[in-house]
Ligand binder design. Structure first.
Ligand code: FCB
Length: 472
């Protein structure tokens, strides 16, 4: 494999290369050092909700293997590492008292990264709400937004001198619509009106948290949010309205308040049968809007929609079974169409053109807002060969295509500052458990041994060259 001929697309001089993980997916040590359960502990321990009954109790045991994992990152040569903080590890029982042992763990992580020349990129919320806060109402409840801001301020105070890139929320789309709409994520509620209230309180919580961070972290720090923006295409010109509606629910429901200080009127109208949005109080959207230094974009694949005719069998290509609660609130007549392959192990189609188009759209709509690809990657059925190697050519191909797509968007003027592979290592893939493997490093579930896949070697070459190899 030639990773040494950097004659493929090159990236801007100070481009930040990294890998990403999230607390519940890798840490394990669920009850160590005073950590208390989050909604994902409850979810994964509820029989039938996670494939194979898997839980994050042990995950990748990253909590106990910190030094080894830090060395692995150094060996990869990445300039940054995106991790998330477990809220209930640092503020147990949904309380307001910082847990020194929890903070120590993240201090060690941050110091260990910095000592190796790797910039820490901290996400405050990657879906693991302390269980007590869900018991008090969760994200549909306004108080959660305020509790989130308090948590942000405390963590800013504890780590803000050393962490210079902060992400408030990871993919609030998932927290709201999968957590409270379709119920396939924690806390497994299927209440459409609550899902929209969750959208709002996540937006509000984000804005309040940005302010709390600005008041507590190094003034030079960058603060942003990570959204899983959907690149939505219609089957034909007749589907323009279906595209508009999904774009409103998926993208503008967050971009509107966070970046423009208002909900899109069409979203309010489309969902009027579900809620009157009276949970939005005066001043809320102004509070949700906070100047951002960075928009984190997570991209896996585009979506294809059409207006459903109401008669033919409904496509379930968005992954939710026919008849089951949908994450797409008040959009039951929009059909998600299966797109042409190839597909990943998740059944997601591989189409990097959506990433270029999405980045160029964001560049047009929000000129001057720096972006970072905070997640991109693919799960495949990896095979450990007899010689111990994992020849994951399909993952290399996926990464190469998507990095090419990023380079193309940069060529078109998009201000993309960095790229983080999802994921550093195979981990707990939420409701799919450990069977879906996104890592560039393989984790043996019995021994926890880490083994670099070929994609990790390949990525190290890309990082070192700041360019894609012409071949291989
Ligand atoms: C994203 C999540 C991340 C991981 C990838 C595959 O939606 O942010 O934790 O599960 O998908």
């Amino acid at each position: 494999m030639s990773v040494s001929s950097p004659s493929g697309p090159a990236f801007p001089g100070n481009f930040l290369w990294g890998t990403a993980t999230a607390a519940y997916q890798v840490e394990g040590a669920a009850a160590a050092g005073g950590r208390t359960p989050s909604i994902w502990d409850t979810f994964s321990h509820t029989p039938g909700l996670v494939t194979n009954g898997d839980t994050g109790d042990v995950a990748c045991d990253h909590y106990h293997r910190l030094e080894e994992d830090l060395d692995m990152l150094a060996e990869l040569g990445v300039g940054a590492y995106r991790f998330s903080i477990s809220w209930s590890r640092v503020l147990p029982n949904g309380g307001t008292q910082l847990n020194p042992k929890g903070v120590d763990f993240y201090s060690a992580l941050v110091d260990g990264l910095r000592g190796r020349g790797i910039a820490p990129v901290a996400t405050l919320y990657h879906w693991d709400l302390p269980q007590e806060l869900e018991d008090a109402g969760g994200w549909p409840h306004r108080d959660t937004a305020e509790r989130f801001a308090e948590y942000a301020g405390r963590l800013g105070g504890a780590l803000g001198d050393r962490v210079h890139t902060w992400i408030t929320l990871n993919e609030p789309w998932c927290s709201a619509y999968l957590g409270y709409g379709s119920g396939v994520h924690a806390p497994a509620r299927t209440e459409p009106a609550a899902a929209l209230a969750a959208v709002h309180h996540l937006n509000l919580g984000h804005g309040l948290a940005v302010r709390a961070l600005r008041a507590s972290v190094d003034p030079a720090a960058r603060v942003g949010v990570t959204l899983n923006l959907h690149h939505v295409r219609g089957v034909s010109d007749a589907d323009t309205d279906a595209v508009r509606r999904i774009d409103a629910l998926a993208n503008r429901a967050f971009l509107g308040p966070m970046l423009a200080g208002a909900y899109p009127p069409d979203l309010i109208e489309d969902t009027a049968s579900v809620t009157d949005w009276s949970f939005v109080r005066d001043g809320d959207t102004a509070a949700a809007q906070a100047p951002l230094d960075l928009l984190g974009v997570n991209y896996y694949n585009p979506v294809l929609v059409r207006q459903w005719d109401g008669a033919s069998p409904r496509s379930t290509a968005d992954g939710h079974a026919d008849g089951a609660a949908s994450p797409w609130i008040a959009a039951g007549d929009v059909e998600f169409v299966r797109q042409p392959g190839p597909y990943t192990q998740m059944g997601w189609n591989i189409d990097e053109t959506g990433l270029t188009e999405l980045l160029l759209r964001l560049h047009r709509d929000y000129p001057g807002l720096p972006m970072m690809i905070t997640e991109n990657g693919a799960a495949f059925d990896d095979v450990v060969d007899a010689d111990g190697r994992i020849r994951d050519e399909a993952r290399i191909d996926y990464l190469r295509r998507h990095l090419g797509a990023v380079a193309e968007a940069v060529g078109g003027g998009a201000d993309v500052r960095g790229y983080f592979v999802w994921s550093l290592m195979d981990n707990f893939e939420w409701a799919h458990g450990y069977g879906k493997t996104f890592g560039i490093v393989h984790v043996d579930r019995e021994t926890m041994r880490r083994t670099w896949k070929e994609s990790a070697h390949w990525y190290r070459g890309v990082v070192a060259a700041n360019a894609l190899p012409a071949t291989g």
